[in-house]
Design a protein around this ligand. Structure first.
Ligand code: AMP
Length: 420
């Protein structure tokens, strides 16, 4: 069972806070506000301004805001403050992918550097040993993907009976069909007397009705229109026939002044195919999908972040949450089947007020998905043709009209985990 807390550490010296640190006005104590300032932020983003006081007051929250607008800090800062000092395991944050879990754990280490709290990250695809050691050392917070967390619970290494704060990050993904059975099981093991926080860039309105069983009188915070794409990203569709997709991709890469590019494919096989062909053309390419080993995934992401690879080809396993500086372009080699995935994929660029471009290759068969995306983000996306490209004619070129009315089915209760 979960070990007893470790002894508390010696008091940590908190640096002075500057006068323009507006996090203090939200009710955050100096130890937390100073850590945010040390990271370089003194002005809260809109989701932080709204969510932090509400979370501090103890209310459940459903929070939505565009990609890249500081949702992680919006829930991490008040939770760190509410936990106060070291004690038993009291906070669980669930994430849909291993990389996102690692990223949120890193943020907690950064924002919690002046408080005596311990957090670790639990995810699959790696050995159990170091995770067991971390658990045994006494933790206040666990950031986890559901499958591996359940393994540790079954092995009686972790008990959730003391959880007071439960966060479902990327909540619409966590509650879709692939994750739902595991997530339901996990929530069922947490005490009913707890504070529950839901966050995502895409929260369908029906989610509130579907989640009454796990929320208590939630306060809903919506920054911008629900489901809207990042404002700092410009969009374009590139109509093309299937047989010319790779040639068009090459042409786009040649004619684009990019720093680093994230290319999304629908399948793992497709991602390998595109990556191999780009490598043969002398591009430095990382690949990320769920058939790669965890060490390959970690190396790919690290190399992409450091600039070792100028291109990363990925499936939707990289679509959500990843905060990678300097991604100037997202290219959808395949049009995403679900409009939420479009919003998350293109949200890997244009983060924290930087600008980005999102290009989507569009075949005739994919036109219905393109219309669905336009309806979803309530925005007509420009169709672009590349001057001088030897296009083979396709009916997709004739489709310049506005999107027809399309009925959406939410992806809630659909899909499967880790297939991508
Ligand atoms: P997130 O949406 O949580 O992934 O955050 C997106 C990016 O914004 C990350 O690089 C954060 O470090 C950064 N960020 C978070 N809060 C702020 C803030 N108050 N001011 C500026 N950038 C921030």
């Amino acid at each position: 069972m979960t070990p007893k807390p470790r002894p508390t550490r010696a008091p940590i010296e908190v640096p002075a806070i500057s006068e323009d640190n507006e996090f203090v006005g939200l009710g955050l104590v100096p130890a937390i506000a100073a850590a945010v300032e040390a990271k370089g932020y003194t002005q809260p983003t809109p989701i932080q301004s709204e969510a932090i006081p509400v979370i501090l007051s103890g209310r459940d929250v459903i929070g939505s805001a565009q990609t890249g607008t500081g949702k992680t800090a919006a829930f991490s800062l008040p939770i760190l403050q509410k936990l106060g000092e070291h004690g038993p395991l009291r906070c669980l944050i669930l994430e849909p992918t291993r990389e996102l879990a690692l990223q949120v754990d890193e943020a907690l280490q950064t924002y919690g550097k002046f408080v005596d709290l311990s957090a670790t990250v639990i995810y699959g695809g790696v050995g159990y040993g170091s995770q067991r050691d971390a658990i045994a050392s006494g933790l206040d917070i666990i950031v986890a993907t559901p499958g591996r967390l359940l393994d540790h619970i079954e092995q009686r290494a972790i008990s959730l009976s003391g959880i007071q704060y439960l966060v479902l990050d990327e909540v619409d993904r966590m509650l879709d069909m692939g994750f739902l059975p595991d997530v339901k099981k996990i929530i069922g093991m947490c005490p009913t007397e707890r504070q529950t926080l839901f966050f995502s860039a895409t929260i369908p309105p029906e989610l509130e009705g579907l989640t009454k069983w796990c929320l208590r009188d939630p306060h809903t915070i919506e920054i911008g229109r629900r489901r809207s794409a990042a404002e700092t990203v410009s969009h374009a569709f590139y109509p093309v026939v299937e047989s010319q997709k790779f040639a068009l991709l090459e042409n786009i890469l040649e004619s684009t002044n990019y720093e680093s590019v994230l290319i999304f494919c629908r399948t793992k096989h497709g991602a390998d195919f595109v990556a191999n062909r780009l490598e043969r053309k002398e591009h430095k390419v990382a690949v990320m999908h769920s058939n790669r080993s965890q060490s390959e995934r970690t190396e790919a992401l690290k190399g992409f972040k450091s600039g070792k690879y100028e291109v990363m080809v990925a499936t939707d396993v990289a679509a959500r949450g990843l905060d990678i500086q300097g991604v100037t372009h997202v290219i959808n080699y395949d049009t995403p089947l679900h409009p939420e995935d479009y919003v998350h994929r293109i949200g890997r660029t244009g983060r924290a007020q930087t600008e980005g471009d999102a290009y989507t290759l569009l075949t005739e068969e994919e036109m219905k998905y393109a219309f669905a995306i336009e309806r979803f983000i309530n925005q007509k996306i420009e169709r672009r043709k590349i001057e001088g490209f030897p296009y083979v004619y396709s009916a997709v070129f004739a489709s310049q009209e506005a999107a027809p009315a399309t009925v959406f089915r939410s992806r809630l209760y659909r899909g499967s985990k880790e297939r991508r």
